[in-house]
Design a protein around this ligand. Structure first.
Ligand SMILES: CC(C)=CCC/C(C)=C/CC/C(C)=C/COP(=O)(O)OP(=O)(O)O
Ligand SMILES: [Zn+2]
Length: 489
């Protein structure tokens, strides 16, 4: 069983809290002149580390396959009672780490390639071509992507492969995806409940619903047969706390809440969720340590900067639906907010009062002249595009500067990012901490095209990362390139 705060030993609790609160003290309780805190992102070091990881990944693909077979052989020996001790040791040392590594190579590609793109860089041609060719080999002849060549297709690795290829961009990469076969695979994963299962004979959960809907939407292959009843399934996972669980009857969790909310937006059924309850749940997940926790009474963790932060920024574009559910007038009131609750001037210095702002449109209504696109696209595959083109109608519902502080001071290592002080860096946390930092930095802008103000960036303005399409967690420019590419083909 996982340890909660309550079940951790005194010593473990002290270690985590002492380190996190030391930083908290430094930032919040000391006068600014006494703070010798470096908030700068070590951009070059992160890029160097990530590129090195990708380089190591590429030539080791074949080697890993061979070692995997060997480790399975030892595992079999152990189960049949032959070479029991040697088998145990070998399994602990090699089988488990290799299984994890070998089954998740499209994920490793995505975490690395997306992180490099967030930092404003790209991989060189050799690495790019290597990654495209490798992902092509992970594609199943009957559609979908496995964790490596010849492995069973799986929705999570399909999502990671598609997001990687879109992030690499360009004709060679985008056209390597067999969309027709992928649609067949997605239909095969569809369950009678309306949800999706992760792989043939696998578990049905909200993660599967999201990964299926996300890839179908961005590849322009979403249709009624895929959408049917998936909203019912996700709705049945919203808990009494307001967040969304992995499956009906489970506990609300940030990862699944992001998946459920993003999927509901992509199928245009987000108004069926209880959004005020969801907002109430997510705002209380940001702790005094400034980072987010994944669920009630658990420790903060850098990766929830994206899962929970992502929920918070998606909600910012759902102001019309939230107002409707609260029985409030449908007003666009972003301009009426200021940094001080008592200040009645808007960001342009004009006087304004609550409730007198301009009307807003719902997700599929034409955008207001001058606010965003005058003619949004129509159809099942356009909800994500229209969503990102909408103006942001609500100020951040989380403390963006505090989250940026947690990220920069508690999760940044010399190179790479981690969960919290005391943990080691890894590629998953590097990817989701950077994704969380990006959405946090861009959470105060009013539209997809405006850059953030320096006051909304913790540290030097050079810390600014590339913006993402939060519904897919793909770099915004690359998302638009893919949207146009697949709209034509
Ligand atoms: C796109 C995609 C595949 C999304 C996955 C979403 C995601 C991160 C789900 C989290 C799963 C989960 C229950 C973690 C709890 O781990 P824990 O008990 O170790 O962590 P905790 O103590 O923070 O809850
Ligand atoms: Zn984590």
């Amino acid at each position: 069983m996982e340890k909660t705060i309550a079940t951790k030993t005194q010593e473990e609790q002290w270690m985590v809290q002492n380190q996190v609160f030391r930083i908290y003290d430094l930032v919040f309780r000391l006068p600014p002149q006494a703070q010798s805190v470096n908030f700068e992102i070590r951009r070059d070091d992160h890029i160097k580390y990530l590129t090195k990881c990708l380089k190591h990944l590429e030539p080791s693909f074949a080697v890993l396959d061979a070692k995997y077979c060997l480790s399975l052989l030892f595992s079999l020996y152990r189960h049949y009672g032959v070479m029991k001790n040697v088998g145990y040791q070998f399994e602990a040392l090699y089988v488990k780490p290799f299984c994890l590594l070998i089954l998740s190579r499209p994920w490793l590609c995505y975490w690395i390639i997306h992180s490099i793109a967030l930092l404003g860089d790209c991989v060189d041609d050799k690495l790019e071509n290597g990654a495209i060719d490798f992902l092509r080999r992970c594609q199943d002849p009957n559609g979908g992507y496995g964790g490596g060549p010849g492995q069973l297709p799986h929705l999570a690795t399909t999502y990671a492969a598609v997001n990687s290829l879109i992030t690499l961009g360009g004709h060679r990469s985008l056209s390597s995806i067999n969309r027709k076969k992928l649609h067949t695979f997605l239909l095969r994963m569809k369950d009678t409940s309306g949800g999706f299962r992760m792989h043939d004979g696998g578990e049905v959960d909200v993660r599967a619903c999201y990964t299926a809907i996300s890839v179908a939407s961005v590849l322009n292959i979403l249709d009624d047969s895929l959408v049917q009843n998936v909203g019912d399934y996700i709705l049945s996972c919203q808990t009494y706390e307001g967040g969304i669980a992995g499956e009906p009857g489970s506990e609300a969790h940030g990862g699944y809440t992001f998946c459920g909310l993003a999927a509901m937006v992509l199928i245009n059924e987000v108004n069926r969720l209880d959004l005020p309850a969801l907002i109430n749940w997510v705002v209380f997940r940001q702790g005094v340590e400034c980072g987010f926790q994944g669920r009630t009474n658990k420790l903060v963790d850098g990766c929830y900067s994206f899962w929970q932060g992502g929920v918070a920024v998606i909600v910012q574009r759902l102001h019309a639906t939230v107002n409707e559910q609260l029985g409030l007038p449908n007003t666009f009131n972003y301009d009426c907010r200021t940094d001080s609750d008592h200040d009645s001037t808007n960001s342009d210095g004009e006087q304004c009062s609550e409730g007198t702002s301009s009307p807003v449109n719902d997700i599929n209504e034409p955008m207001q002249e001058g606010k965003a696109d005058a003619s949004p696209s129509v159809g099942l595959n356009s909800y994500g595009y229209n969503f990102i083109k909408r103006p942001i109608g609500m100020r951040p519902i989380f403390h963006s500067m505090a989250l940026q502080q947690y990220i920069l001071l508690c999760t940044q290592e010399e190179a790479g990012f981690r969960d919290k002080p005391g943990k080691r860096r890894d590629l998953y946390h590097t990817c989701y901490v950077l994704s969380g930092l990006s959405i946090s930095q861009h959470s105060s802008v009013k539209g997809a095209d405006s850059p953030p103000l320096p006051k909304d960036i913790m540290g030097p303005y050079s810390n600014l990362l590339e913006p993402v399409q939060p519904l897919h967690n793909i770099i915004l420019d690359k998302y638009f390139e893919a949207y146009e590419f697949f709209a034509r083909s």
